[in-house]
Write a protein that binds this ligand. Structure first.
Ligand code: NDP
Length: 454
């Protein structure tokens, strides 16, 4: 399999793709390894993961460079993604023991307790947009809980997956406890057909539904972290319209908009609308596409050439229905999968741009007359990942946020993920939750002990 650098369109590596047979061999080894791994104490497993964190720190630059070359992510953002693993490890250090230890529930004639056993061998199928992140949000927690992991990185981010494997093994995770499956979607398909004890997937709604359907008969846990069409509403009482516009633009264009929780549509109250749009476009003018290996670059290429077409189609559909492009809308004159950051106004919900995930550097800004209208539009989506409100009035913002059927809400911030709180989607954005204490317990199955002395 060829690995292409999306900034230069040059081949940077060739990898051997797993076959159905190699996947089955790896799984057999992982099954053996898991028995020994789970018999070690939580403290021992945690110590190894903490050691992995130390290696990540030592190899930070190398890890970031691999990510940038393989996905086109600007290097400063790649460094941020690498170090994101450290706050997960810090969280595990503080909380894993508490949530994994057996719990005594009642002490009477019958002593009743719950033991949290690992699931066994789990599949971790990741996306390319935050490949380290969608990997470590699963495998760090799964390993500490005593599982072994077969990690399938996206074919557009396999080098990052192999780099993490190398460091995990170096830190002391046995080779028969963490393995990778390398290759395209077909290799993921082998995992679905194999005998695994849980499926933890990050990716699109379409593949997520396919996975849930394919493995339904196994009755093992399936967790799906899927896409979104995340709205941001800017109220007329924001303290500083310029700052609100800068923050909103970052929420929409960070990582070229290729984030599951990127701001995908913006609603602005009519009294500040013109002001907001002017500041927003002024900010986006600074996002000049450049070489992602350069520290000064904020906007790199898209990772996948196919996505360019999807976004250009959305722009075409919107303009045909009356939208106006204020900036961008075309490709810069350079090699690579680049698209100029694009801002559209006069948009509405008849347009694909406001309804379907764009997953790229494009945003529509719609004028609204009231909080009620904003809420109605924000709710008009099959997705349910995040929703944000910018306002100086927390109560007014809460009135909207409390009514959103989403996994995460933001007040005066957006496009962020924290290890302290659960990360989950509702409706077409997914099922189950990673991070926080739930993200620790999710890799376990409870067993009740009801013990009578005599
Ligand atoms: P895809 O659904 O295309 O792919 C996700 C993973 O599934 C990849 O590793 C892919 O392999 C693999 N895959 C493809 N076909 C199969 C199959 N038949 N069986 C098993 N595995 C398969 O998603 P993308 O990689 O394009 O990711 C982008 C999507 O992910 C966006 O919708 C984004 O919003 C979402 N996402 C959600 C996050 C969240 O936390 N909610 C976080 C990050 C992204 P391959 O790539 O090799 O084809």
């Amino acid at each position: 399999m060829q690995v292409i650098n999306p900034a230069t369109e040059e081949e940077i590596a060739e990898l051997t793709v797993d076959t159905a047979e190699s996947v089955h061999l790896k799984l057999a080894r992982l099954r053996n390894g898991q028995q020994k791994w789970s018999s070690r104490s939580i403290a021992e497993r945690l110590e190894i993961i903490v050691g992995f964190g130390e290696l990540v720190k030592q190899h930070k630059e190398e890890l970031a460079q691999v990510l940038t070359k393989e996905t086109g992510k600007p290097i400063t953002q790649s460094r941020g993604e690498v170090t994101g693993s450290l706050n997960r490890i810090e969280h595990l250090k503080t909380h894993a023991d508490k949530w994994l230890q057996p719990e005594l529930m009642a002490e009477g004639a019958v002593k009743e307790s719950i033991v949290y056993e690992p699931l066994g061998v789990i599949a971790n199928i990741g996306a390319w947009n935050f490949p380290y992140n969608t990997g470590y949000n699963v495998f760090l927690y799964a390993l500490v809980a005593g599982n072994s992991v077969l990690y399938k990185p996206s074919e557009y981010a396999s080098l990052t997956g192999l780099k993490f494997k190398e460091l995990l093994h170096k830190a002391g995770v046995p080779e028969d406890v963490f393995e990778t499956a390398i290759g395209p979607g077909q290799v993921g398909q082998y995992l679905l057909e194999a005998d695994l004890d849980g499926y933890f997937f990050t990716g699109s709604y379409k593949t997520g539904v396919h996975i849930a359907r394919s493995i339904a008969h196994k009755l093992v846990p399936v967790q799906l972290e899927l896409g979104g069409k995340d709205p941001l509403y800017v109220m007329d009482d924001v303290a500083d319209v310029n700052q609100a516009a800068i923050n909103a633009a970052d929420g929409a264009f960070y990582n070229n908009g290729q984030s599951c929780c990127a701001v995908e549509r913006i609603y602005v109250q009519e009294s500040i609308y013109d002001d907001f749009v002017r500041h927003f476009v002024d900010e986006v003018k600074n996002y000049i596409p450049g070489d992602p290996t350069n520290d000064a670059t904020y906007t790199g290429p898209l990772t996948r050439s196919q996505q360019l077409q999807v976004i250009l189609e959305q722009i075409k559909d919107a303009t045909a229905k009356g939208a106006e492009v204020l900036i961008g809308g075309n490709q810069p004159d350079r090699k690579g999968y680049y698209l100029n950051p694009t801002v559209l106004v006069d948009v509405n919900h008849t347009m694909e741009l406001m309804k379907e995930e764009s997953f790229g550097p494009v945003i529509g800004i719609q004028k609204v007359a009231s909080d009620e209208e904003a809420l109605r539009l924000m709710q008009d989506t099959p997705y349910g990942l995040t929703a944000a409100v910018f306002s100086s009035d927390e109560q007014r913002a809460r009135k909207i946020l409390d009514q959103m059927n989403v996994g995460t809400v933001y007040w005066n911030c957006c496009d962020r993920v924290s290890p302290n709180t659960t990360w989950s989607g509702r409706k077409n954005s997914g099922l189950g939750s990673t991070l926080s204490y739930q993200g620790i317990r999710t890799f376990t199955q409870p067993k009740s002990y009801q013990m009578k002395g005599k």
